[in-house]
Structure formats: C-alpha cells, structure tokens
Design a protein around this ligand. Structure first.
Ligand SMILES: *[C@@H]1O[C@H](CO)[C@@H](O)[C@H](O)[C@H]1NC(C)=O
Ligand SMILES: *[C@@H]1O[C@H](CO)[C@@H](O)[C@H](O)[C@H]1NC(C)=O
Ligand SMILES: *[C@@H]1O[C@H](CO)[C@@H](O)[C@H](O)[C@H]1NC(C)=O
Length: 244
C-alpha cells in the first residue's frame, strides 16, 4: 500500500515537472529548464568547441565551479576553483574540448541555476535551471534495481514521457541496444547486440521503456539510458541482477 502511494506521488511529481518544463521553455531563449531525478547524471552542453580559444566559466548559484582559460593554462573544477567549497566532490567533470559540464550522481541539493559564461567576441551567457527531484529510496530501488529469475522478463522504465525532440539510447555496457529518434526507433541493429539479445527486446516508443524477455545469466549488469536534446544530456542507470 505504501509503495502504491509512493509510486503515485512520484508520477504526479514527474508530470508536474514536465508541465513546468514546457511552461518555462517558452520564456526567453537563454534559459534552459532541466528536470532530472536524484541519481541521474547530467551533461550541460556549451555548444562551442574550445579550439576556438574561448574562455569558459561555469557558476552554480553565483559560485564559480569550473573554467577553461583560452590560454589553456588553468582549468579547474569545483575544489580548485573555490577552495573549501566541496559541494560536488568528485561529481563534476569538464569536457576539455567543448567545455560541457557533467554532474554525476546528482542530488536534490544540486538544484539551482547553472550559468555558463563564454568569453569571446559576443560574450554569451546561458542559464540552465536544474531541478532535481528527490525520489524515496523504496521507489528508486523498485525502479532501478531489478532482481529477476532466469527465464523471466524485466521492464526498465525511465518513468517519464518522452519529449518529441529527445533522442533516447539504451546501452548495456558498451553495447548499443536501442535508439529512439523522432518517430523512428532502432532495436538491436549491430552484431554484438544481436548475438546477445536477439529477439528478446521490446521497446515502448512513447516512454522509452525497455523490456528484456527470457532473461539469461549473461544479461545481468548495468543498463544505461541516455536522453539527449540539443542543450543537455541525461543518463539513468539501471541494475539487473539474477537471483536463484
Ligand atoms: C586545460 O584544458 C585544455 C583543453 O581546453 C587542455 O589541452 C590542457 O591540457 C588543460 N590544462 C591543464 C593544466 O589541465
Ligand atoms: C526553475 O525551475 C523550477 C521548477 O522547474 C521553478 O519552480 C523555478 O521558478 C525556476 N527558477 C527560475 C529562476 O526560473
Ligand atoms: C548524447 O550526448 C553525449 C554527450 O553527453 C554524446 O556523447 C552522445 O553521442 C549523444 N548521443 C546521441 C545519440 O546523440
């Protein structure tokens, strides 16, 4: 019963966040709304290539957390940028090529405004309003940690409605298993995938949820769903374990 209430509450939260997202995205083109769940990984894209000698600075609620200098002499992330402020510990990554910022294993307290300043001829600013939804442990476990018996099926459900411009890609370690782009989807097109999962996968086009049927021993491990649009990318991880 409690689980049911948890799940319902959770879906209300998700629906609400999708509504807010859509509401916000119409306002000013320079503010990007990013809505994620605790535990997700998020990459915020700069849309530039720093080979063009730009300086890039990232701020979280006005604190500088990462930067790349045009002269390549000083890059920093978090601790190096602001001594003593170890909010993100080892959870920040800066792509040296693009300046894109990745926050791994995101927490509720990481919610807020991430401002990107690109110092070049145009002095562009871009703001990402990141809202991280807390998910009760029990709900998170049910959704992301799956225990199944050999021969059973398992459904990996991201718990969201796919937005039309999202590209959703499922991976099992390095193996690309499915991709949804617009109204096209590809399931298991490469050899590695076919050898492992042939005819045992089903994909829900609307939600991006993946069903693996007739589970085998070799299917246990980490499945990742990458959700991309032109401004950011989200990764959700799912663990599948075989029991018995
Ligand atoms: C800083 O980043 C650049 C790429 O933008 C890289 O080539 C360089 O090695 C980095 N410098 C340091 C000191 O890490
Ligand atoms: C950021 O997004 C949240 C929820 O999506 C919203 O409540 C908040 O007002 C937004 N903040 C700004 C500064 O736009
Ligand atoms: C999604 O974005 C990541 C960068 O975070 C990139 O490496 C990956 O290739 C993108 N995937 C697709 C399908 O565009």
């Amino acid at each position: 019963m409690r689980k049911r209430v948890g799940m319902t509450l959770f879906f209300i939260l998700i629906s609400a966040s999708i509504l807010l997202d859509h509401g916000a995205s119409g306002v000013g083109s320079d503010k990007v709304s990013v809505s994620v769940m605790e535990g997700d990984s998020v990459t915020l894209f700069t849309g530039v290539d720093t080979n063009q000698q730009e300086k890039i600075k990232w701020y979280f609620n006005d604190i500088r957390i990462a930067q790349i200098n045009g002269d390549l002499s000083c890059n920093c992330t978090d601790v190096q940028c602001n001594e003593g402020t170890e909010r993100f510990r080892d959870r920040l990554k800066l792509d040296h090529q693009t300046g894109s910022l990745t926050i791994t294993n995101i927490r509720n307290t990481d919610s807020g405004e991430y401002v990107l300043k690109i110092i070049n001829n145009n002095n562009n600013d871009m703001t990402f309003n990141v809202s991280v939804h807390a998910v009760p442990d029990a709900v998170m476990d049910k959704m992301k940690r799956k225990s199944v018996k050999e021969g059973e099926s398992v459904i990996l459900d991201p718990g969201e409605i796919r937005k039309p411009n999202d590209v959703m890609t499922w991976y099992f370690y390095e193996i690309l298993i499915t991709e949804i782009t617009g109204d096209q989807s590809k399931i298991c097109t490469d050899v590695q995938c076919k050898e492992r999962f042939r005819d045992r996968l089903k994909l829900d086009h609307q939600t991006g949820s993946l069903t693996i049927m007739n589970i085998r021993n070799t299917d246990s491990g980490v499945y990742k769903l990458q959700i991309n649009n032109s401004r950011f990318s989200i990764i959700k991880s799912f663990d599948v374990a075989l029991i018995g």
